[in-house]
Design a protein around this ligand. Structure first.
Ligand code: GRF
Length: 191
């Protein structure tokens, strides 16, 4: 049985949630180790957070593979070779193949900036505003074969305030995400 305290974090961009996980480990709020950070984009700013913390930062571009399945097989191999027991998606902007999900059963987490099951998919903050919601939040959930639909681990709420734009609401939610994700990982690791 792989050790769920050995993390593999997948990113595509900014990596502020990755940074929050790194900080939580450093502050001993989370007892885990990040074995590798993998980005599908070479220019992802988040890679710098990994490098600065002395964590292996690997770029695996989806453009180098003929199909999603081939790319995901390469991802699986990299994660397995480092004995990753828990895969944490942190702004990884790719759909995962069923094969990837099956390779890490109940061992993949994602964070999504809405109160799932409301507003899965893209631009959830805008969707919440357009629907006239008075609160929103963030959800950490297990990844299954349906988009943003796996079992919920942890959820937090923030208010929608007068004059909010998608950007101001996203910023409020992001602050919450940075507390929520490390906490959810700790819970999944039995801490
Ligand atoms: C976060 O809002 C996360 O919920 C969503 O993508 C964004 C990633 O931000 N899945 P960052 O790269 O962690 O800063």
């Amino acid at each position: 049985m792989p050790n769920s305290r050995v993390l593999g974090v997948l990113i595509s961009g900014r990596g502020s949630n990755l940074k929050a996980i790194i900080d939580a480990i450093a502050a001993r709020r989370l007892d885990a180790r990040i074995a590798v950070v993998i980005s599908n984009r070479a220019d992802a700013p988040g890679l710098e957070h990994a490098r600065a913390a002395g964590i292996e930062a690997l770029v695996l571009s989806h453009r180098d593979y003929p199909s999603r399945e081939d790319y995901d097989r390469a991802l699986i191999a990299e994660l397995r070779s480092r004995e990753v027991g828990l895969v944490c998606l942190a702004g990884f902007m790719r759909l995962l193949s069923p094969e990837f999900v099956d390779a890490f059963p109940d061992r993949i987490l994602n964070i999504h900036p809405s109160l799932l099951p409301r507003y899965p998919g893209l631009h959830p903050q805008r969707q919440a505003l357009d629907a006239g919601e008075t609160e929103s939040g963030a959800t950490v959930h297990f990844v299954n074969k349906d988009l943003d639909a796996g079992p919920i681990v942890l959820q937090g709420r923030v208010p929608v305030v007068e004059g909010d734009t998608a950007e101001t609401l996203a910023a409020r939610i992001l602050e919450l995400e940075h507390r929520l994700y490390p906490e959810a990982i700790a819970a999944v690791c039995g801490q």
